[in-house]
Design a protein around this ligand. Structure first.
Ligand code: NAD
Ligand code: DAU
Length: 327
């Protein structure tokens, strides 16, 4: 297929591009290259990169020629940043998604929106299905939910071949170290404190990034237009246990754990039921223990990828977020 991959220079998008190129797709990436989007994530790959925002019709027009389908990963993705600076979340998720949908509608292109389990909110027991109500908690998840509703409306109103794919917490190579797992790995490797929010008993449903990327490809190829598919990981884990596993894998000390002020409005538990995606023929292949080992090894072996991040603007972000400097 000839694909336009928006947000393809980020964590999940670049993993998706790598997998799809190996399967023979031709790919153009449209990416604004925010702090989270990096040319380095694509440097070994044969793709055309157009630098621009999905809210910019001219950038889309430049990138879209000859494509059969659009997969939209482009987003602001960090919940903590959505709490302190929600602006870009509204622009990218609302205006950006709308602008991209208009481009898809003009050209009658198949469209996959990459979304998140966070649109359902928090769940005490059991798992969310695609029928669960949308009850987002943060500016991040609320704007993602808004984007999903807009995508669904383009199918309902205009007959656009639009599908939605909702993932659970991803981890793996190329993830920006503001997110729990890469942040804890790099801090543990450097002997920096490991900041655990609140009591550390929140639960997340972890999926290895290659499993999610394959799931999105599967929905793109086999999903029914107008449908939503949950693509969740095989394992749930309590945050504090994740941190302790990382300590064990890096050989760091338990003394690095530091309990810090909780995230405002912090969702307690996510759990995603993926029966519908499994019925389509997709299955997660990587269990959390194996994936976490691979991820720690990747960060250990790829200093050249994270060193420019850890020594750049990220330091100022870290200081604002955690009230202390990195070592
Ligand atoms: P990321 O932050 O690593 O990458 C986002 C990418 O989008 C970056 O390359 C960035 O430059 C680009 N981007 C941001 N705003 C843009 C704009 N206006 N126009 C064009 N490009 C723009 O994010 P990620 O973790 O790879 O997430 C990708 C998608 O998957 C997002 O839609 C996110 O909501 C969804 N998702 C993420 C997870 C997760 O655990 N990380 C889980 C489920 C769903
Ligand atoms: O569930 C899917 C979502 O997962 C995606 O849609 C989001 O884009 C992605 O960022 C992620 O959201 P979370 O908020 O769950 O991920 P994060 O890595 O920020 O945090 C995971 C958990 O760890 C959460 O309960 C908060 C906690 N945490 C996080 C950080 C960064 C800490 O305890 N300390 C930290 O320093």
């Amino acid at each position: 297929m000839k694909l336009l991959v928006c947000g393809g220079a980020g964590f999940i998008g670049s993993n998706f591009v790598r997998i799809r190129l190996a399967q023979g797709d031709e790919i153009t990436v449209l990416d604004k290259l925010t702090y989270a989007g990096r040319r380095e994530n694509l440097q070994d790959l044969d793709v055309r990169l157009v630098v621009g925002g999905i809210e910019d019709p001219a950038a889309i027009a430049d990138a879209i020629g000859g494509c059969d389908a659009i997969v939209n990963f482009a987003a602001e993705t960090h919940v903590d940043r959505s709490i302190t600076e929600p602006d870009a979340f509204v622009t990218t998720h609302a205006v950006g998604t709308y602008t991209l949908l208009e481009a898809a509608r003009e050209r009658s292109l198949r469209y996959v929106q990459v979304s998140t389990d966070e649109v359902y909110g928090s769940i005490e027991s059991g798992s969310f299905t695609e029928q669960s109500p949308l009850q987002p908690s943060s500016p991040y998840s609320a704007t993602k939910a808004g984007a999903d509703l807009l995508v669904a409306s383009y199918h309902h109103t205009y007959g656009l071949e639009a599908l939605i794919c909702r993932g659970s917490n991803n981890y793996g190579p190329y993830q920006y170290p503001e997110k729990l797992i890469p942040l804890m790995i790099l801090n543990a490797l450097h002997g920096d404190p490991l900041p655990v929010y609140g009591d550390g008993q929140q639960v997340r449903n972890w999926i290895f990034v290659e499993d999610f990327a394959r799931g999105i490809g599967h929905v793109l190829e086999h999903g029914a237009p107008g449908e939503t598919y949950n693509v969740g990981g095989p394992d749930e884990a309590v945050n504090l246990d994740v941190v302790k596993r990382i300590i064990a894998l890096t050989g760091a000390s338990d003394d690095l754990i530091e309990y810090v002020t909780d995230r405002p409005g912090h969702d307690r538990r996510y759990s995603l039921g993926s029966e519908k995606a499994r019925a389509l023929g997709w299955e997660a292949q990587v269990r959390f223990g194996e994936g976490l080992e691979k991820t720690v090894a990747w960060y250990r072996d790829n200093t050249a990828w994270w060193a420019p991040i850890r020594s750049g603007d990220y330091r100022a972000y870290y200081e604002r977020q955690y009230g202390r400097a990195l070592g």
